[in-house]
Write a protein that binds this ligand. Structure first.
Ligand code: DGL
Length: 291
């Protein structure tokens, strides 16, 4: 019943603690170029991964409220941490499709693993919640030998990424990546879920280091989430019927200058071949505590 009143040409709402969720936006734009997107990065309160469950649930509701105030047609929780601890509260609060990253990423991992050993990287709060492990175990129930998972918290990665240490040859980030791969490699995992949407921003480094030891697969949760958004919008007959390129409006709760600089690099606005066009970066800080 609710679906009837959702405007199919309304924007898709996407949020994250910072600019990590743009990894999902980039995939959404590639998959669904005519969709309009409103993005919120809670840069005044990043990182989320070190916060308590109660605080995260409060932040998650405020972030989703901001998106809802922009009349979005669906809410994409492009944040592993929020997807892990507050998916329930957001999906209960709105009569809109809500998509998180946990289930699409785990499903993809379960489909590509050959030896059934799946590595999971996430923030401290994500790993503590065991969200990915529980979902992997659930998916393993239909398989006689189940799946094994090895979960590693990577607290240094989000601060490095938010501060721009994302170049392929960045030694500092490479050292952190090697450190966090140690247990994954010892466990014999052949698949690694990037359970935080920030991590695809350093996928060059992760792939290089991982492939020194393994020919296994890396699951980009932003990419898998974008595929799930497409599937759900299609199923609910909510795909935008426009033919032109959709807009991307980006809001944040702190100074937009650094954010927009990083976002433009990440969205490859300098890359002629990407087909990306400039997004609208709102110059006004969103007072997120008001939502
Ligand atoms: N990108 C987020 C995630 O996927 C948040 C990371 C953080 O702010 O700590 O978990």
């Amino acid at each position: 019943m609710t679906e009837n009143i959702i405007d199919r040409n309304a924007p898709i709402g996407v949020f994250d603690s910072g600019f990590g969720g743009l990894s999902a936006v980039r995939e959404l734009q590639a998959l669904l170029p005519s969709e309009n997107i409103v993005y919120f990065g809670d840069t005044a309160r990043v990182p989320y991964g070190t916060r308590s469950r109660d605080t995260l649930r409060k932040y998650a509701v405020q972030d989703a409220n901001f998106l809802a105030s922009n009349n979005v047609k669906t809410i994409v929780i492009a944040c592993g941490t929020v997807s892990s601890v507050a998916y329930d509260i957001i999906s209960e609060n709105y009569d809109l499709p809500v998509v998180g990253i946990v289930s699409p990423a785990c499903k993809a991992a379960s489909e590509v693993t050959r030896n059934g050993i799946i590595g999971i990287w996430g923030t401290g709060a994500t790993i503590k919640s065991r969200s990915f492990e529980n979902e992997i175990n659930r998916l393993g129930e239909s398989r006689s030998e189940g799946f094994r998972s090895i979960a590693v918290a990577c607290p240094m990665l989000v601060p490095l990424i938010e501060n721009g240490y994302i170049d392929e040859d960045c030694e500092m980030t490479s050292i952190a990546v090697r450190e966090y791969l140690t247990d994954i490699i010892s466990a014999g995992a052949d698949t690694l879920i990037l359970g935080c949407t920030h991590y695809p921003l350093i996928s060059d480094i992760i792939e290089r280091e991982w492939h020194k030891f393994s020919d296994g697969k890396i699951i980009n949760s932003g990419e898998k989430t974008a595929l799930e958004v497409k599937r759900i919008l299609h199923e609910k007959d909510l795909l935008n019927d426009g033919v032109g390129k959709g807009y991307l409006k980006i809001y944040s709760s702190d100074d937009m200058e650094t954010f927009s600089h990083q976002a433009k690099i990440f969205l490859r606005y300098t890359d002629k071949n990407s087909g990306s066009e400039e997004a609208y970066f709102s110059p006004d800080k969103i007072e997120i505590e008001k939502y």
